[in-house]
Unconditional design. Structure first.
Length: 95
């Protein structure tokens, strides 16, 4: 996860995060799922046991302007997995 947040294409959109900030995001994601019963989940490529990133829905309680909902689709993927459809596929999964 640290490597993913260190990649320039990822940090360009999220800013540079230190290990503590990355850990805080991981804890936030775990807590979100416990409190809201939905949230982010990790994508692992099984054959190589490779961490691809995290995707899911979340309530971040931030001002997004005029919106009909405060639930957001969110994704953070390692740069080599950008544009391969992971985020789109995750956004279409229903429980």
């Amino acid at each position: 996860m640290v490597e993913m947040f260190s990649e320039e294409p990822v940090s360009r959109h999220l800013g540079k995060l230190n290990r503590s900030e990355i850990w805080t995001r991981l804890l936030r994601d775990a807590g979100h799922r416990q409190l809201m019963d939905f949230g982010q989940f990790s994508i692992i490529e099984r054959a190589q046991n490779t961490y691809i990133g995290k995707v899911g829905f979340a309530v971040f309680e931030r001002p997004l302007g005029r919106a009909d909902t405060n639930i957001e689709m969110s994704w953070t993927l390692r740069s080599q997995f950008h544009r391969l459809g992971y985020a789109k596929r995750a956004g279409s999964i229903r429980n």
